[in-house]
Design a protein around this ligand. Structure first.
Ligand code: NDP
Length: 255
C-alpha cells in the first residue's frame, strides 16, 4: 500500500462528538474527505442535521446526525446503538465535545467545576465505554480525544481551573485506556491543540497580541489545521502510535 493510501479511511465509520461546529466540524470534514462515513453527535439537533447534510453533499460519504448530550448516559448509549444499526459498527471515535467556563475560583461553584468535568472528561469516558464495547466485538478501532495544551500548562491570564483539570484528566484516561485496550486492537491517542480561532474574538486585542508574540508560528490556528493530524491518528498510517499525545500549538508551549 502506498504511503498516501495508508491515510485513506474509505468505508470506515467515525463518530465525532461536537462535530457540528468549530474544531469538531473541521475534523468531521477531514475524515469524510478521506472516505469515512461520519456520525455527528451534539446537542443541537438542527445544527447536527445541517452539518451531516453538508458533509454528505460535499464529500459523497454517508452521514448521520444523532442528537446527543454527552453528559447523559442514555443519550450516548442510544447514539452508539443507532450508529451500529446504520453502519454495522464503529471504527473511529473522536471525543471532541467540550466546554470552558471563564471565572476565578472565588466565583466558580463546585457544581460548575463538576459540570465542566462531566462534559469534557466523564463525557469522553461515557462515549469510550459504549463505543469500546462495539470496537472490541468488531476486532478493534481507534479512539482520539481532543485534549488541549492546557493539559500540560497553565493558561495565563485565564481563569479556567476546571477546564485544565478536565484536560489533564484526559491524559491519564488516554494512557490507561490505551494500555487496557491494546489487547483488543484499540489504539487510543490525544491531540492537544493550542489557540484555535473558534472564539478568540471575545478576547481583547492586547491579549491576542501577547499570546501571538509567545508563539513560534505567527498566527492562531484555524480549526482546519487540526484535522490532518486527526486523520493521521485515525488511519493505518499511525498503526504504531498509541498512548500518545500530540501537541499542535504553533510552538506556544515551547516558549
Ligand atoms: P466550540 O464551542 O466551537 O464547539 C463545542 C462543541 O461541543 C459544539 O459542537 C457543541 O455542540 C459540543 N458540545 C458542547 N457540550 C456538549 C454536550 N454536553 N454534549 C454533546 N456535545 C456538546 O468549541 P471548539 O471547537 O473550540 O472546541 C472543540 C474541542 O477542542 C473542545 O474539547 C475544546 O476543549 C478543544 N480545544 C479547543 C481549543 C480552542 O482554542 N478553540 C484549544 C484546545 C482544545 P452543541 O452545543 O450543539 O452540543
Amino acid at each position: 500500500m502506498s504511503i498516501l493510501d495508508q491515510f485513506r479511511l474509505d468505508g470506515r465509520t467515525a463518530i465525532v462528538t461536537g462535530g457540528n461546529r468549530g474544531i469538531g466540524r473541521a475534523i468531521a470534514d477531514g475524515l469524510a474527505d478521506v472516505g469515512a462515513n461520519v456520525v455527528i453527535a451534539n446537542r443541537d439537533a438542527a445544527a447536527g442535521d445541517r452539518a451531516a447534510e453538508e458533509i454528505a453533499d460535499e464529500f459523497g460519504v454517508q452521514t448521520l446526525a444523532v442528537p446527543t448530550d454527552v453528559t447523559e448516559e442514555s443519550d450516548v448509549q442510544a447514539m452508539v446503538d443507532r450508529t451500529v444499526d446504520e453502519f454495522g459498527g464503529v471504527d473511529i471515535l473522536i471525543n471532541n465535545a467540550g466546554i470552558v467556563q471563564h471565572n476565578a475560583v472565588e466565583e466558580k461553584s463546585v457544581a460548575e467545576f463538576q459540570h465542566t468535568l462531566d462534559v469534557n472528561l466523564t463525557g469522553a469516558y461515557r462515549t469510550a465505554k459504549y463505543v469500546g464495547e462495539v470496537m472490541r466485538e468488531g476486532g478493534g478501532g481507534v479512539l482520539i480525544n481532543v485534549s488541549s495544551m492546557s493539559a500540560f500548562v497553565a493558561n495565563y491570564p485565564k481563569h479556567q481551573v476546571d477546564y485544565q483539570a478536565s484536560k489533564g484528566g484526559l491524559e491519564a484516561l488516554k494512557n490507561q485506556l490505551a494500555s487496557e485496550w491494546a489487547e483488543d486492537d484499540i489504539r487510543v491517542n490525544n491531540v492537544n491543540p493550542g489557540f484555535v480561532d473558534t472564539g478568540l474574538d471575545a478576547e481583547a486585542d492586547e491579549q491576542l497580541e501577547t499570546w501571538r508574540s509567545e508563539m513560534l508560528v505567527d498566527e492562531f490556528a484555524e480549526p482546519e489545521a487540526i484535522a490532518p493530524l486527526v486523520v493521521y491518528l485515525a488511519s493505518d498510517a499511525s498503526s504504531y502510535v498509541t498512548g500518545e499525545s500530540v501537541v499542535i500549538d504553533g510552538g506556544y508551549t515551547v516558549r
